[in-house]
Design a protein around this ligand. Structure first.
Ligand code: NDP
Ligand code: 2IT
Length: 444
């Protein structure tokens, strides 16, 4: 590893010893950037990497809200404004009990390179709260969202910082947050993406991450003389990303045989009935365990490891570190051909290395799941122009963006590493643009 990169990584570990997810993301990313620093000694002179790994700003605040019994509840919320070199901070809000500063810093770091890879002018940010939307009434979720924005509104703006959805934040939550922003500021601007279609949302945003993931997989498989068609596919999660990944996979001729939630997974060798999953998860906010009874087929496994299910294509679309080494070993043993990350950092570092070493095609989240934020950037453009594009137009642009990302990461991989090392390709390609913009804008 380049000595300067090593030194920055060591310092980062010493200064943030308790932030394990953030350090994991940095440990995956920084070593891959070594050839960039070998080639650009001026970056080291400008202490570019020290600046890059430190978020520009972190906002931490209290969110008090009234539950249905009239009691006051308090949660903690954050916005990590990571990097604005190439555009306004952009990235989702996550509501999940596991949210803490480390998780949001890892997500902000990844988002910065992901957004760069889209080719669109968006910087990196991420936010969220340890609020758990599960089991809360609509009214409770609304009051929580309103209270959160009563504080956050002063830190965001269409040309400053544009949040969106992530785990636990979908159209309902975005609607409540956007409504409160508008109420307080009196401004009808594109300050959030993932809005409802009646108030400035973009056609195709709901589907974008999952569809984009499959466009990426399709491009990668074709480049390696393989095809999605006929592939037995396992997809973890059953939220926004997983559901629309499953939809596009089936459209491309794959058979999706397993999906999950945080309690367990279902296996249906005849092909998951996605309309049933949508009904349970999107309409009723229910559990995947209901699938066999509702679909009249398939079986449910409580707990367990979905990756033990033999498949050709594995798409982790739930959360970070959900695919550890043992799971990767099972996938390899069962003959998996490709793994693509719909979630952010779902595969641990040792699992990633095992898959790559074993000849499995692997594409990391910052490239593979960039379709969501790419269509968010298209939503920002439409809002600025006071226009709306059709679902077909947006989908065509999304497809073009995902193909361009694949071309960029594979060319970069070939130039700096192994032509099939799309992980290094994505890290370097994403970083180069941010680095150039940071250098051009001066140090302070
Ligand atoms: P959702 O909230 O819609 O769905 C999340 C899914 O993952 C649910 O099935 C959930 O199960 C499961 N899950 C969440 N946390 C855990 C956990 N700790 N252990 C096991 N399963 C868990 O979120 P999204 O689909 O939007 O996000 C999924 C992933 O994709 C995240 O990593 C997110 O950062 C990433 N992503 C999302 C984008 C988007 O546009 N939404 C864009 C790019 C990446 P349960 O219901 O039981 O909690
Ligand atoms: O991780 C991600 O890229 C997202 N959650 C989507 C971010 C966005 O601004 O659309």
């Amino acid at each position: 590893m380049n000595a300067y990169v090593q030194k920055v990584l060591d310092d980062l570990k010493a200064r943030n010893a308790h932030e394990k997810e953030f350090l994991q993301a940095a440990e995956e990313m920084l070593p891959a950037l070594s050839p960039v620093f070998d080639a650009h000694p001026e970056y080291e002179k400008a202490n570019l990497l020290e600046r890059f790994v430190e978020p520009e700003r972190v906002i931490i605040f209290r969110v008090p809200w009234l539950d249905d019994k009239g009691g006051v509840q308090v949660n903690r919320a954050y916005r990590v404004q990571f990097n604005s070199a190439i555009g306004p901070y952009k990235g989702g809000m996550r509501f999940h009990p596991s949210v803490n500063l480390s998780v949001l810093k890892f997500l902000g770091l990844e988002q910065t390179l992901k957004n760069s890879l889209t080719g669109l002018p968006i910087g990196g940010g991420k936010g969220g709260s340890d609020f758990d939307p599960k089991g809360k009434s609509d009214g409770e979720v609304m009051r929580f969202c309103q209270s959160l924005i009563t504080e956050l509104y002063r830190h965001i703006g269409a040309d400053m910082d544009v949040p969106a959805g992530d785990i636990g934040v979908g159209a309902r939550e975005v609607g409540y947050m956007y409504g409160q922003y508008k109420r307080i500021t009196g401004q009808y601007t594109g300050v959030y993406t993932g809005k409802g279609l009646t108030f400035g949302g973009s056609a195709g945003r709901t589907q974008a991450t999952g569809y984009g993931l499959l466009y990426m997989v399709d491009a990668m498989l074709k480049a390696n003389k393989l095809s999605v068609s006929g592939m037995k596919t396992v997809i973890s999660g059953s939220g926004n990303v997983a559901i629309f990944a499953a939809e596009k996979a089936a459209q491309l001729g794959a058979t999706v045989i397993a999906m999950s939630d945080s309690n367990g997974y279902v296996v249906d060798e005849s092909g998951i009935a996605l309309d049933v999953v949508k009904e349970i998860k999107l309409k009723e906010r229910g559990r995947i365990s209901e699938y066999p009874a509702r679909a009249g087929k398939g079986r449910y496994v409580e707990g367990g490891d979905i990756w033990q299910t033999p498949c050709d294509l594995a798409l982790p679309c739930a959360t970070q570190n959900e695919l550890p080494l043992l799971s990767a070993q099972a996938l390899v043993k069962n003959g998996v051909k490709a793994v693509a990350e719909g979630a952010n950092m779902p595969t641990t570092i040792d699992a990633t290395h095992h898959l790559q070493k074993s000849g499995v095609l692997f594409v990391s989240g910052k490239a593979a799941n960039a379709g969501g934020v790419a269509v968010s950037a298209l939503e920002m453009s439409q809002n600025s122009m006071r226009l709306s594009w059709s679902a077909e137009e947006v989908d065509q642009k999304l497809h073009g963006i995902m193909n361009a990302i694949f071309e960029n990461i594979s060319k970069t991989a070939a130039k700096y590493a192994d032509p099939l090392d799309y992980v290094t390709g994505a890290n370097i390609a994403g970083f180069l643009k941010v680095a150039e913009a940071m250098m051009a804008q001066g140090a302070v």
